[in-house]
Design a protein. Sequence first.
Length: 506
Amino acid sequence: MSDRKNHTPQPRSTARQLKECAIAIFVGCLLALTVHQFFGEEFATRQQARIYAPAAGEVYGEGARDQVRVLLIDDAALAAAGQEWPARYSYSARLLRALTAYEPKAVFFDIHYSARRDDPSLAAFTEQLCATRQAGIPLFLAAVRDRDDRYPLRPELDALDGRCLGKVAVRYAPDEVDRVAWSYPLAAAMPAGGAAALPPAAVALAGVAGVHPHDAAEPMALVWGNRAAAHGVGWADAHGERYCRPAHGWGELVPRGIRQAWFHDAEKPVCVYSETIRAGELLATSGEEHARLMRELKGKIVLVGLALSDSNDLVLSPIHGRVPGVYLHAMALDNLLAFHGDVPHDGHFSLDLHHWKPLAYLMLALVLVTLTPKLLKDRLLARHPDHWIGHPVEYLCARWLRLPPLLGLRLNRAAVYIALCALQLVLSLVLGCAMLLFGQYVLGLGVLSIVGVIFMTAVAEWTEFNETLTEHLLPEEDEEDAGSAAPAAEAHQEKENHHEHPTPVA
């Protein structure tokens, strides 16, 4: 005979439930503050973040995409102009002249003009820089920090700073764990020698639109858009086949193996989010193309970058894979405009009051994950002591599917249990997305911080450690204390004396 009758679970008192929740919250907070220092959960967190990044990008929607354009200089454009990189300054002058004719709102060159090479066409480029600025179009050139903590350009271009152009800092350090671009600096760079501070490229461009970050002290947690651009997305096409694919919407949350069965291109990254124009289109246009480009560029903020086969100016996006570095600045600018400067930040778990949001969010998540199931489980035990499904989530799924309580006695329990597990997995993904959206749009947290909370919550509640600690700290209540609160459990025990059920699949 089974010995289940000797171990029939009984509803617990409210005080015990609250104590169990308090232990779970304490364990979760302790793990959040210490586990990364001893065990390094960063890689697992980032792997989970890459799963949820498409969900954040899907909710992000169109963002401010209509205000931003990327202009790519690729191999085909250079070949058509009879150039090779580094191209002559006359090529940049010609490109800027053509771009100015379309009346953009601002122009940024994500190209570092610092090399002192002998090129007599430099004068044509400097003249065009000033002509574009005189046309009322703000113009920015990328500046990179050197060994002396300065941000130099060629002396002839440095002399135009503040008059015909503005220098902006291009500082990018990929994530130390997975090399993905999860964040973007907002604080101004402070060059050595008392030179003026340089704003980051995206911050300077957003300022043209009247948008400034609310908190520039902490880096922005990037939200990469998940919806592919309509034009110019095949920047790395080869042999007539695109390197990328359209987004599958919420289907991006489905495991890759299942997506591959539904979509033949699931192994490819999603095409870039920012609308893109090729430099070759700009320099060789017909009347019809001119009208289209006027619609695409007039009043837009244009970022000019390189997409050359031998270029190392690449960043790693959690959604789009490796893309030219200019897309990093375009996405950061899009975020600043879409969030009106109130962008999310990746906080750190600490007792510092300035970083209270991640810890508060963790405590809220732990309350929801611990208190709700415990209350549901006791209600389930009291109202349905003969139900073969013991976990509240499985029980609610069964009720939603209108499965009778004793279905497992008549059908294959394993099949029903597998179906419920699949449904539970889907509901877990939905719950994770809900937590992601709440943390991002209500508390202003980044994807890494939110996924870190989900990870710590799972570790604290869904492992045997927390249950074992609870059993040691809170011994089982005496039968006379719990018996009065468990008439249904006694009925269940009495029924077990007459009907022996097989052990449910666990």
